[in-house]
Design a protein around this ligand. Structure first.
Ligand SMILES: [Zn+2]
Length: 272
C-alpha cells in the first residue's frame, strides 16, 4: 500500500490543476488514466476541486483573459467535457454547462491573479515613493538646518558684524547679545532666561531712527527649556543705518504687529 499511497499523493497534487484545465496533455493523460483505475480518493478530490471551481464561476466578474489563453482554456475544457465523467454533481451540471463554467472559472482566476499582482506592484511603488519622500524631506531639513547654522556662525564670527549689548531695562535678567551683519542678518542670543508665562513668547523689534516712526516687528522665539535663546533673523525689516535700537518685548503666541508690553531688553545700535 505504501507505493500506491505515494502515487496517490502525487496525483492529488495534480487534481486541482486538472480541475482548472491547466495541465499539459501528458499530465492530463496520466491523471485521466489514474482516475480510470477507479481511485476513490482522487475521484473525491476531483469532485471537491470542481465544486470550488464552480463556486468561483458563480462569483465571476467581467473578465477578459487574452485570446491565446481563452483559446487554450476552451480547448482544454472542451476536450475534458467530451471525456466528462459522472462524478460531477448533477446540480453543477444542470446549472452551467461544463465547458462554460470551466472557461469562466479560469477567466475569474486569471482576473483575480492579475488584480492581485497589479495591486502588489502598486503597493510596492507607493511604499517606495513614500520612503523616498521621507528621505528627501529629511535631507532637505538637514541641509536647511546646516545652512542656517553656518549662516549664524558666519554672522557671529565676522569682524564686520556690529555687536549690540541688550541689557534688561528694569528687571534683574541676563544681558542679551545681538550681532548684526549687513548682508547675512541678525542674531540675538542669551542664556538662562526665564520662560514667559503660558504660551507667550519674546518678540524682537527694530526701533527706527526716523522721528515718530513706529517699532518694526520682527521674529518671535520662546527660550528653550534650559532658558537658552538663539534667534536668527535672515531678513531684518530695516537696515542697520536706519535703526536706532533693538528691543525685545513679551507678546502673545505668534507675535504682535505693534508692541503690547514695555520692552524687557533694549540695545542701542551704534552703527559704523
Ligand atoms: Zn488516486
Amino acid at each position: 500500500m505504501s507505493n500506491s499511497d505515494q502515487n496517490r499523493d502525487a496525483f492529488r497534487e495534480l487534481i486541482e490543476a486538472y480541475a482548472l484545465g491547466s495541465l499539459g496533455p501528458e499530465e492530463r493523460a496520466s491523471v485521466e488514466a489514474h482516475l480510470a483505475t477507479g481511485c476513490a480518493e482522487c475521484a473525491k478530490a476531483l469532485a471537491e476541486a470542481r465544486w470550488v471551481v464552480s463556486q468561483l464561476a458563480y462569483l465571476a466578474p467581467e473578465a477578459s483573459p487574452s485570446d491565446m489563453l481563452r483559446g487554450r482554456l476552451l480547448k482544454t475544457v472542451r476536450a475534458e467535457a467530451a471525456a466528462a465523467k459522472p462524478e460531477i454533481s448533477r446540480a453543477v451540471r444542470s446549472a452551467i454547462p461544463l465547458w462554460m463554467w470551466g472557461a469562466v472559472a479560469a477567466a475569474v482566476l486569471f482576473a483575480f491573479y492579475n488584480a492581485y499582482e497589479a495591486r502588489l506592484v502598486q503597493e510596492r511603488i507607493r511604499e517606495t515613493q513614500q520612503a523616498l519622500r521621507i528621505q528627501l524631506q529629511l535631507q532637505e531639513e538637514t541641509a536647511r538646518q546646516l545652512a542656517l547654522a553656518r549662516r549664524e556662525a558666519l554672522i557671529l564670527m565676522d569682524p564686520k558684524s556690529v555687536r549690540i549689548s541688550m541689557p534688561a531695562e528694569s528687571r534683574n535678567l541676563p544681558v542679551l547679545q545681538a550681532t548684526w551683519h549687513q548682508a547675512l542678518g541678525l542674531v540675538v542670543t542669551g542664556q538662562k532666561l526665564p520662560l514667559p508665562g503660558g504660551s507667550r513668547t519674546l518678540q524682537l523689534w527694530l526701533i527706527p531712527k526716523a522721528p515718530g516712526a513706529k517699532p518694526m516687528p520682527s521674529l518671535t522665539l520662546r527660550p528653550d527649556a534650559e532658558g537658552k535663546f538663539d534667534l536668527l533673523v535672515i531678513n531684518p525689516p530695516d537696515s542697520q543705518t536706519e535703526t536706532k535700537a533693538l528691543a525685545i518685548t513679551e507678546e502673545p503666541e505668534g507675535g504682535s504687529p505693534q508692541p503690547t508690553t514695555t520692552p524687557i531688553w533694549v540695545g542701542a545700535v551704534a552703527g559704523k
